[in-house]
Structure formats: C-alpha cells, structure tokens
Design a protein around this ligand. Structure first.
Ligand SMILES: Nc1nc2c(ncn2[C@@H]2O[C@H](COP(=O)(O)OP(=O)(O)OP(=O)(O)O)[C@@H](O)[C@H]2O)c(=O)[nH]1
Ligand SMILES: [Mg+2]
Length: 187
C-alpha cells in the first residue's frame, strides 16, 4: 500500500484523533506521516496531516488532550468518518484510567457521532509494561477482536495495539478506514 502525506484527492475523509494528554497522538501522527519518532510538546490546539492510500485520502486531526483542551473536542466532531481514541497502555494510575474511560464514553454517547465508527488504539505497545490482553478486558472491557461497542449508541469498533516506533499498523488502519468509508458510500 502506497502512503504519502499532504496528497490531495477527491475522496478525502476526515478523522479526529482524541485521547488524554501524553497518550502519544502526535507521535503516532508523525510516525504515520513522516516515518520518524520526533520530539513532541503538548498540543495546544491541533495538528492535521493527510495520508493517502490507493483508495482514499485521510485527513487526520490530532487534537490536544490536556484537561483544559478537552472542552474544544466537540468542535472536531462534525463531518468525521471515524474517531480514533488513543490510550497510553502503560498508564496504570487508577484516576487516569477512569478519566480515559470517561472521556471515551462521553464521545461514544455523543449524538453528533452516533453512527461513527471508533478505532481504539492502545499505544506504547513497544514498552514491556503495556497492558496485557487480560488488563484490556478488566480495565476497559475491551478485547482486540471486538467489533462493536454499545453505550448509548452502538458503534462499529476496532481495537488495536500501536507503537509510535513502528510503521506496522498504519496499513491495517488505512484498510479499516477504507472499508468504513466504502460502507458509508453504499448507504
Ligand atoms: N515508548 C513510546 N513512547 C511514546 C509512544 N508514543 C508517544 N510516546 C511518548 O509519549 C510522550 C507523549 O507523546 P505525545 O505524542 O506528545 O502525546 P499526545 O497524546 O499528543 O499529548 P497531548 O498533545 O498533550 O494531548 C512523548 O514523550 C512521546 O515521545 C510510543 O508508542 N512508545
Ligand atoms: Mg499532541
């Protein structure tokens, strides 16, 4: 699959990427786009990059996740074809796990994105203290083969492990995005 950044295409779709501060959203974005582990600083507003696959051009909006930035998340929910939610899979602080779960639930329950598929990324999987499959289930009620999640609405979901050191997952992510955007067109 060919990838490049900032290519223009008629079939562009928008994806918004949320998650608590320090989850690794910006690092992932730049790994996917420029294939490098760059020095990041906390994102104040957003970064946006476009990744082109053979079928679709995906604009990925990386939104700052610090508590004071989260009030602005709602502005990035309009006209999105998918939501990416990134979780630091090495973060075992009880309060931060509850916070991540609560922010994810609020998005899943938001009627603006009632029909939008979610990609849930457990990031930093290169570190050996990242959550085991059992912990994903115990802490978040999620498994890697999960295909949907029901809170107030029922969403199509994909759950993956990612690492900002690796290019391995972006192919799968783009295949999933292509598949959901084609499904949407058929409706
Ligand atoms: N080992 C490892 N470190 C990572 C990974 N992803 C991000 N980091 C590190 O985690 C820290 C936070 O990464 P960012 O990408 O800035 O986090 P963010 O989610 O964009 O944070 P905000 O912009 O504040 O919302 C940085 O020191 C990154 O280098 C990963 O997959 N593996
Ligand atoms: Mg950031």
């Amino acid at each position: 699959m060919n990838l490049c950044c900032k290519c223009q295409d008629n079939s562009q779709i928008n994806v918004s990427m949320f998650g608590l501060e320090n989850a690794g959203k910006t690092q992932l974005l730049y790994q996917w786009c420029i294939h490098k582990f760059v020095e990041t600083t906390p994102t104040i507003a957003f970064n946006v990059e476009t990744i082109q696959s053979e079928e679709v051009s995906v604009a990925i909006w990386d939104i700052g996740g610090q508590p004071k930035s989260r009030q602005f998340w709602r502005y990035y929910l309009q006209s999105v074809s998918a939501i990416f939610f990134v979780i630091d899979s090495t973060q075992r602080d009880f309060k931060l796990i509850q916070e991540a779960k609560s922010e994810l639930s609020s998005l899943l329950d938001n009627k603006i994105v009632a029909k939008v598929p979610f990609l849930i990324l457990f990031n930093k999987s290169d570190l050996n203290n990242s959550f085991t499959d059992e912990e994903l289930l115990d802490e978040f009620g999620l498994s890697l083969d999960q295909e949907q999640i029901t809170t107030k609405f029922t969403h199509q979901v994909k759950v993956m492990r990612t690492s900002a050191f690796s290019q391995n997952e972006i192919g799968d992510i783009l295949n999933w995005v292509t598949q959901i955007s084609q499904k949407k067109k058929l409706k």
